[in-house]
Design a binder for this molecule. Structure first.
Ligand SMILES: Cc1cc2nc3c(=O)[nH]c(=O)nc-3n(C[C@H](O)[C@H](O)[C@H](O)COP(=O)(O)OP(=O)(O)OC[C@H]3O[C@@H](n4cnc5c(N)ncnc54)[C@H](O)[C@@H]3O)c2cc1C
Length: 386
C-alpha cells in the first residue's frame, strides 16, 4: 500500500507525467489512480485536438513550441507507427480572424510570438482568402496565421501514454480517490473509495476539472472551476476548396476539418458546473448563423452529432497552475489548463517529471505557472483563450 509517487487522474496530463517520470529512469514505484478506465466524462477524449503557438504569454508559447516538436515525432517515439496507428497530426495551421478593434492585440501577439521564433504572419483580407478561399472577408481587416500549427487525435495520444507508461512499469490503479492526506506539513498519501489508504511521499494532483475538489480534502482550495464547453460535427452540403486551418471567427466560433466533416464550437459564457449536456438548439441559435455568414458554403449543412466536455478553468489568468504546493511538501499540482491541456501535455509531463526526479526544471522552466502566483497575484497575461 505504499508508492514513491502517486498520480491522481489518468487523463492526458497524469498519463504524460507518469510516462515521462518512468522514461527519465525514476527508480521508485509510480502509481496512477484513475477512477474510470473508459474515460466517459474525462476532458481529454472530448477535446478538439488543436495545437497552436499563437498565445499571448511567453510560457504558453514555450509549452506549445516544445510539445509541437514532440507531437511531430510522437508516432515514432511511442511505437505507434509499428502498429499502423497514428495521432494523425494535421499541420493545417491556425488562423485568428480580426476586425479593426483586434488589430493592436494581434500586432502585440505577433511581435511576442515572432520574438520567440514562431513563424506567425499578419494577413490582410486578400491574404486571408488565399489561405482559405471559401471565407467571406469583407468585414475583416486582419488575420493572425501560423501555417504549421494544427490538430491531432486526443484519444490516441492518451492511449499511447497509458500503454507506454505501463510498459515502463507504472502501475495503473482503477480506483476513485476520496481524499489527499497530509501530516505535519508533508503529504502522506491518499484515501480511496471503500476507505483503503495508500501512502506516498509525493502525490501529484492531475484530476482535471475535479482536481480542485480533491485538493479541498486536504484543506487546500484552488481557483480552478469546471466550465462546460460544447463541440459539434456537421457535414457541409458542398466541399471546401482546401483543408481548413483551425479558424477562429471574431465571434469566438471556431471550426476545422474533421475528415470530410467540420468540427466547430464556441466558448460560451456559462457558469461553472459539471454539465455534459449539448444542445442542437444552441448550435442553431449561436453557431450556425456565424458559420453561414463566414463561409457561404456552410449555409446548408447537416448537423450530425455533438458533445460537451469540461475545461478546468483557472479563473485568474486561464493558464495552468503547476508545481509543488507551498503549504504541503510533496504535494504537486498540474491543473487549470483552461482549454489548452492537450497541446501542453508533452511539455508539462517532461518538466514536472524533471522537477520531481531531479528537484528542478531542466527542459522548460515552469516557475511562471507556480501555485504561489495565486497570492503574489502575478498573472501570466494570457488572453488568447478559445
Ligand atoms: C470541448 C473541449 C475542447 C478542447 N479543445 C482543446 C484543444 O483544441 N486543444 C487543447 O490543447 N486542449 C483542448 N481542450 C482541453 C483539454 O482537453 C484538457 O486541458 C486536457 O484534456 C486536460 O487533461 P487532464 O488530464 O488534466 O484532464 P482529464 O482528461 O479530465 O483527466 C482527469 C482524470 O482524472 C480522473 N479523476 C477525477 N477525479 C478522480 C478521482 N477522485 N479519483 C481518480 N480519478 C479521478 C478523471 O476520471 C479523468 O480521467 C479541450 C477541452 C474540451 C472540454
Amino acid at each position: 500500500m505504499r508508492f514513491d509517487v502517486i498520480i491522481i487522474g489518468g487523463g492526458v496530463i497524469g498519463a504524460s507525467v507518469a510516462y515521462h517520470l518512468a522514461r527519465l529512469g525514476f527508480g521508485g514505484s509510480i502509481a496512477v489512480f484513475e477512477r474510470d478506465p473508459t474515460y466517459r466524462e474525462s476532458s481529454t477524449p472530448r477535446s478538439a485536438g488543436g495545437i497552436r503557438r499563437l498565445f499571448t504569454s511567453a510560457i504558453n508559447i514555450e509549452l506549445s513550441r516544445f510539445s509541437l516538436e514532440r507531437y511531430r515525432v510522437f508516432d515514432e517515439e511511442m511505437g505507434l507507427r509499428a502498429e499502423g496507428a497514428s495521432i494523425a497530426f494535421k499541420p493545417h495551421g491556425y488562423l485568428f480572424l480580426g476586425r479593426d478593434e483586434h488589430r493592436p492585440a494581434f500586432r502585440k501577439a505577433y511581435e511576442l510570438e515572432r520574438s520567440l521564433g514562431v513563424p506567425v504572419e499578419l494577413l490582410s483580407p486578400p491574404e486571408i482568402r488565399e489561405v482559405v478561399p471559401d471565407l467571406r472577408v469583407e468585414d475583416l481587416t486582419v488575420g493572425l496565421y501560423c501555417a504549421d500549427d494544427g490538430y491531432l487525435d486526443p484519444y490516441t495520444v492518451l492511449m499511447a501514454y497509458v500503454r507506454r507508461s505501463k510498459a515502463l512499469g507504472v502501475q495503473w490503479m482503477y480506483e476513485t480517490v476520496t481524499a489527499i492526506e497530509g501530516e505535519e506539513g508533508h503529504v502522506a498519501g491518499i484515501r480511496v473509495e471503500g476507505g483503503k489508504r495508500y501512502s506516498a511521499p509525493v502525490v501529484v494532483n492531475c484530476a482535471g476539472a475535479w482536481g480542485a475538489a480533491i485538493s479541498e480534502t486536504v484543506g487546500l482550495p484552488l481557483p480552478v472551476v469546471p466550465l462546460p464547453r460544447q463541440v459539434f460535427v456537421f457535414h457541409p452540403a458542398e466541399p471546401l476548396v482546401r483543408a481548413l486551418p483551425l479558424t477562429i471567427d471574431p465571434s469566438g466560433v471556431y471550426f476545422r476539418h474533421e475528415g470530410e466533416r467540420i468540427l466547430t464550437g464556441l466558448a460560451e459564457d456559462v457558469s461553472p458546473s459539471y454539465s455534459l449536456h449539448w444542445s442542437r438548439a444552441f448550435f442553431e441559435a449561436h453557431i450556425w448563423p456565424v458559420l453561414a455568414h463566414r463561409v457561404p458554403k456552410f449555409e446548408r449543412l447537416k448537423l450530425e452529432r455533438g458533445w460537451a466536455g469540461l475545461y478546468d478553468d483557472h479563473v485568474n489568468d486561464h493558464s495552468a497552475l503547476i508545481g509543488e504546493h507551498p503549504q504541503l511538501k510533496g504535494y504537486y499540482v498540474a491543473l487549470g489548463f483552461s482549454g489548452h491541456g492537450l497541446q501542453h501535455a508533452p511539455a508539462v509531463g517532461q518538466a514536472l517529471a524533471e522537477r520531481i526526479h531531479y528537484g528542478r526544471y531542466v527542459s522548460i522552466d515552469l516557475t511562471p505557472l507556480r501555485i504561489e502566483r495565486i497570492w503574489e497575484r502575478e498573472w501570466v497575461g494570457e488572453t488568447a483563450i478559445v
